[in-house]
Design a protein around this ligand. Structure first.
Ligand SMILES: *[C@@H]1O[C@H](CO)[C@@H](O)[C@H](O)[C@H]1NC(C)=O
Ligand SMILES: *[C@@H]1O[C@H](CO)[C@@H](O)[C@H](O)[C@H]1NC(C)=O
Ligand SMILES: *[C@@H]1O[C@H](CO)[C@@H](O)[C@H](O)[C@H]1NC(C)=O
Length: 178
């Protein structure tokens, strides 16, 4: 393979990644009512002009998605945000999200900060949470059941906020990172 072809392949692989992030993002508001308008469009650049979206320094992947208090209403659709597999920070706090937290979102391997406080999420806290998590805020929702023992395995965790839910059972022995 010539250097030029190889270079073209690398470029293609990169744009395919950002493009798949873009498709995953576009599918999210498409299946979720929201109060305020998201100015996301397939014709504008994701990394520099989409509300709430930040990319990696080389603009090759979506790194952060922050959509607080946008009136997002209803269940977080499966197979949308969970596909953003370079994402490190996700905030959907202070919306009106309902039903459970899809397991594909909490388990994104690169995810280190997840802010979902002040919603109406319910059901159990998924047992398969990303081992990269350092900050998890689920307070002011209606999660029930027990706190999964698997949180003990989140060795990088510095804070986990769970107040104002309907959780029961023992509090796992957390070994929070300093
Ligand atoms: C979308 O909104 C953000 C924040 O208000 C703004 O910075 C950005 O330029 C807007 N993008 C477009 C395409 O209008
Ligand atoms: C924690 O991790 C260990 C090693 O990977 C695994 O054997 C164990 O089942 C995990 N515990 C929980 C509660 O997920
Ligand atoms: C938080 O939980 C406490 C105790 O159950 C309750 O009294 C309070 O109203 C709750 N606050 C909110 C904002 O839901």
């Amino acid at each position: 393979m010539s250097a030029a072809v190889l270079f073209a392949c690398i470029l293609y692989a990169k744009s395919a990644d950002l493009n798949s992030d873009k498709q995953a993002l576009l599918a999210f508001p498409a299946s979720l009512p929201h109060g305020r308008k998201l100015n996301w469009s397939s014709t504008t650049p994701v990394c520099t002009s989409w509300l709430g979206v930040k990319c990696t320094p080389d603009n090759s992947r979506v790194h952060t998605l922050c959509l607080p208090a946008l009136g997002l209403f209803g269940p977080i659709p499966l197979d949308t945000l969970g596909k953003l597999d370079a994402q490190e920070v996700l905030s959907l706090r202070s919306n009106r999200l309902t039903v459970e937290l899809p397991p594909d979102v909490g388990s994104i391997p690169s995810l280190h900060s997840l802010y979902l406080q002040h919603n109406n999420l319910c059901g159990i806290i998924p047992t398969t949470l990303s081992s990269s998590l350092t900050f998890l805020d689920l307070c002011y929702n209606t999660f029930d059941g027990e706190i999964p023992l698997s949180v003990q395995n989140l060795t990088g965790l510095t804070a986990i906020l769970l107040q104002n839910n309907s959780l029961s059972g023992p509090i796992p022995d957390l070994r929070l990172a300093k």
